[in-house]
Write a protein that binds this ligand. Sequence first.
Ligand code: SAM
Ligand code: SF4
Length: 441
Amino acid sequence: MADRNPTLFFIHTFGCQMNQADTEIVSSVLGASGYEPAPDEDSAGIILLNSCAVRENAVDRIGNFLQQLKGRKRKHRSLVVGVIGCVPQFEKQPFFDAHPWVDFVAGPDNYRSLPSMIANARQGARQSRLEYDHQETYAGIDPVRTGKISAFLPVMRGCNNSCAFCVVPVTRGRERSVPLQRVVDETRELADSGFREVTLLGQNVNSYLDAVRGLDFAGLLEAVSRAVPGMRIRFTTSHPKDISEELVRVIAGMPNICRHIHLPVQSGSTRILQLMRRGHSREAYLRKIDMIRTIMPDAALTTDLISGFCTETDEEHRETLSLMDEVRFDSSFMFYYSVRPGTWADRNLPDDVPEGLKKARLQEVIERQQAISLERYLEDVGRTVEVLAESESRRASSRLMGRTGTNRAVVFERGGFNPGDLVRVRITDATSATLAGEAVG
Ligand code: SAM
Ligand code: SF4
């Protein structure tokens, strides 16, 4: 049996970009206490599972993974296992009680306590830390970056909205923002250490507010863009009810801000949007799209869609398809609705669309999106686009993989270029998910 080193840790990360960013923060917190990242899970004396609670199938995947970890813990009694993030924060003490072999659980506001929880676990004390701390932004902690070219930078945490289907307000608590100067400084540090791209993260970045200077997200984006003119700036997620003309004008006016807006609509039916408590109608969403396209006709728009929300009729499902036809999103994240215990929808609405029908509607949505994406991507054939090369292609090292400012994936013959280079690529072919081409300079 391989020896596990008690000072080495390994983190399995599930879920969204915010969780990936949190894993980098956790690595830094552990590093400051003398722990080091393990080269592989088998050598680690500490295994953490950074979990996602947003959809039922994510939680099921974590449940299966926990069973595997339980087996490892049985074999190596000294192994320390912690579950962190949204699942324990959502399920609270019953989760901890149901997994007696897990040494500790910690919610998203409790990562600074991890070193002491590990030490306590080694003394035989199980611990759960699930308090909310509405001031915690982890400002002052330098994340341990996993990449070298593109980085995530959380600028706000939490969500004050109350969408009927969503667990995030419970798992991540109230909104709070990282001070503007801190975001600017961190972005400069990223640029100085060779990063070429940063994605500013928040559940709803439009709610960003700098307490010192009173600046909103448009102000932050402009300040960051000016601070690092050589770096590409991305951001996600924007909420349709809050995205402002001022913000869109900032994006349009700054050459290093990517012309891509992720604007989740969820449904094309105003009645369903009301039931979802989204705070916008179909018509209001389409007005925002018009506003964006008037200011920035070449902007890429992407979205999130949920099929089969409570009481959704066939006609309302077709309204989602017609909205997709109208907007012609570049791409979408598409899900079928899964009821999350304790949410407003769970307490107040019937989950009455049969699972088979939810999945059939989702399949139609996926097929429609694929057709639209293919049409849009084919429009790029023959054009020359600017691509930030991120890595060698998985299939052949003679090719690089990168993204356009509009977030389209491009695979291209590399010529003399390397990951990290900004390359002009002539597009020769397209599928619904990827562009293909060759470097021209
Ligand atoms: N804050 C972002 C926003 O408002 O758009 C998104 C946050 S959520 C982590 C990401 C996406 O998961 C949502 O936009 C929604 O489409 C999907 N989602 C959330 N709860 C869901 C549920 N109960 N069932 C299916 N999809 C869900
Ligand atoms: Fe969830 Fe709505 Fe907040 Fe997004 S805006 S995190 S969907 S509650």
